[in-house]
Every structure is written in C-alpha cells, then in structure tokens.
Design a binder for this molecule. Sequence first.
Ligand SMILES: *Cc1c(COP(=O)(O)O)cnc(C)c1O
Length: 450
Amino acid sequence: MTRKSPFLVPQPPLPFRVHSFRYHDGSLHCEGVALERVAEKYGTPLYVYSAGTILDHYRRLDSALGEIDHLICYAVKANSNRAILRLLADEGAGFDIVSGGELFRVLAAGGDPQKCTFAGVGKSQEEIEYALEQRVLSFNVESEAELAYIDRVARGKDVRAPIALRVNPDVDAGTHRYVSTGRSENKFGIALERVSEIYERAAAMPNIAIHGVQMHIGSQITDATPFVEAIRKVTPLIQHLKERYALEFFSVGGGVGIVYESSMASGSGDWWSEKDRVRATTNLPLTIHDYVAAISPPLRAIGLRVLLEPGRLLVGNAGVLLTRVRYIKQTEHKKFVIVDAGMNDLIRPALYQSYHEIVPVREPSGPARACVDVVGPVCESGDFFAQDRDLPEMNEGDLVALMSAGAYGFVMASNYNSRPLPAEALVRGETFSLIRERQTMEDLVRGECE
Ligand SMILES: *Cc1c(COP(=O)(O)O)cnc(C)c1O
C-alpha cells in the first residue's frame, strides 16, 4: 500500500489533523511505519519525525497565502537537522537563521543563502562576514550599535549589507514570558517610536542598503489577535518608510503556536480519559487557515512582499520523542514512571513548564489508568515530563511517545549528566531512515584535554 499523503489514510474523524501519528492494529504508527520498528532498530531515546507532516504544514501555509507575494523562511533554530532543512529547501523554502552555524547547516542542506534572513541580537564579525560572502537576503538588525557594526564590517569587504530593522511593536502575545519577544521590556527589536530615526541613520551609512522591515512578537501564540494588532501598529511606520526608501519586504516573523494537549485523544479507543476528550475538543489551535485569513487584509494594505518565519508551526507536531520505561517506582506518596529520556534530551517541560502529551506506543487494551509522575534519569528534580498525570497503566519495558516534540526538542538537547545525545529518524510514507546517529561514549570526551 502506498500513501501519497498521510492525511489521506482513512481515520476516525479528528477535529483537526495536526500530524500523522495514528494507531493501526493497536500500534502507534508515524505515517505508514510502526514506531516499535524504528525504536527496535535505532534504540531509545529517539526522535522520530514525519516528513509528510512537515511538508503538509509548509504546503498549506504556502497555498493559504495564495496570490500574496511571499517567502516562507523556516526558522532553523526550531529543528536544524540537515534532512529536515533539505526537505524544506527542496520545496523552495527560505530560512531564518540566528547564527553562522545555522547558515552553514542551510548551505550543507542545499538551501539558498539568498533566501536567508539573519536574525539575532549579538552577531559577531565572523558571522557577519560569512553572511555577506554568502549574500544573504537580509540582516535583521536589532540595535543601533549592531547597525553601525554591520556597516563597518561591510565596508571592510567593500560591499553593501542588505538590512531590515526589527521593530518591537510592544504587544502582549499572551505567551510564556521566556518566549515573549514583542514587549518593550524584551531585549529584542527597536522601539516603534525610535525606528524612523534609525532608518534615517541607516540611509546615511555608505555600506548599508535598506531592504525591509521585520518584526517577531513571540512564540507559541495561539490566537491571531496579537499578530493583527502588531501588524496594524507598524503599518503607519511602514507607509512612512515606503515613501522614503526602496523597501522590498515586510517580515511578520514567526510564532504561530501548535496543539500540545490531546492531539491524539479524538482517535479510536475507549481508553482515553474524559479529560483528554474534553481537551481535544476545547484546545483548538490557531489553524493555518485562520492565521492567514486574519493577517492577509492588513498585509495586503501594506503592499510589500511578505516574509514569514515559522518554526514551531512547521515541525512541532511532526515529531515525537520515543522513550522506554525503565522502572516503576512506588513511594508512599507517588508513583513514578522512570523513562530512559531525560531533561537533557527534551528540556521544554523543565524550562518552560510546557506540556507534552504522553501516549503508549502499544495501544492500551483496557481502561486501567494511574496517576503518575513521568520522570527521567537525570539528577535534577526538574527532570520530569509529567507530574500527577492520569495515564494508561504503564509497565517496565513499555515504549512511550512524548508527542509534539519536533520543535525545540533535539536542538536544545545537551550532554548534561554525560548522557550521549539521542538519535533522530525520519519517516517518509512506508520507509524510515536514521538522520542523526546516536552519540557514543567516545563522542562525550572528544576534544577534551588533560
Ligand atoms: C525563534 C524565531 C522565529 C520562530 O519562532 P516560532 O515560534 O518557532 O515560529 C522566527 N523569527 C525569529 C526572529 C525568531 O527568533
């Protein structure tokens, strides 16, 4: 059986199809591949991504924008594996990068540097020179000091650096304070009131070429209102700038949120809790359709080429972290499910108090459930994936999936506790392959001297 799109596989009705992870014959599959097979082949902890889900999200965003002149610059920091970058580069995507290392990855994956925007508040001389040599589309500039520095570095190379200033529209995106970037108290961007005068200074700099305006208000935003509010706030500024400079683009940044809770619970099986079911119907994400429908009218009014920088939206729901239950530990107060993945593999719960849905790879046969903490082996009390969560009964050796781990998962993994970095695999239809080897013990000490 071949499947062109994972979304064509007949499934019980879902309120929204955010990924292609489904139970078939009692076993969790990614597209046409049983996750048990992938875990057996590559071991755990293991990240598994669905190429179909990533492409489906990209294509849906691309087609929703329709006739609006646009370029989707995937935010590489969300998941920078070369195989993922290659998928998107082959679709014609651009890339939003935040370091020289990310530019290197994009080039290694066959991406077009002339479709790259270079963001970040602390670009170094080497990074600026590298990006100039590769002729990136734009430097997104976050301060006056950085602007002057880019001008100087570009002079040294006798070129003009294309720039956009990052405007901070001071809107509250209603998201976690660690991922909010569009408030005046954040370190990002330049205050709206000050932007015009800095553009004037930029225009007078011999090695700077003004190309656009950029904003990015935060991440995991699940309501279109802050995006629309921010675009409306910067519109008068852009109209003013358009009269003075040859602006080519306006970048709306990224930040569209995804569903983290109960993305599976509307499937078949009577073992889901009532709470899961309720969550599945009430935790509606901001769909691509609704996001684009909301931002299109104000963008059309601006009349510039639109750049978008989605990260999480494209890859977040497309990945899971597979982990095996090592021990069950029952204490006087709690039941702990100790798994082989830790906060070094997936830090989001510890860093942002974020929620990841946890589902058994073997579909439960009965309604047995328990209230448990799912914890890793790392020596930190913050090393947990769930606390006091009502989950299907789990036993030693069971394989479980931490859902929606495709964004800000592997990229934030570390060697803390001298744990080798996990492997990554990519599923395409009925096939799967390793896209990053698991680190070895030798990798842990490589480069160290005594
Ligand atoms: C992180 C980042 C993005 C992507 O954010 P998501 O929430 O993953 O969409 C886009 N643009 C800039 C400038 C960023 O720093």
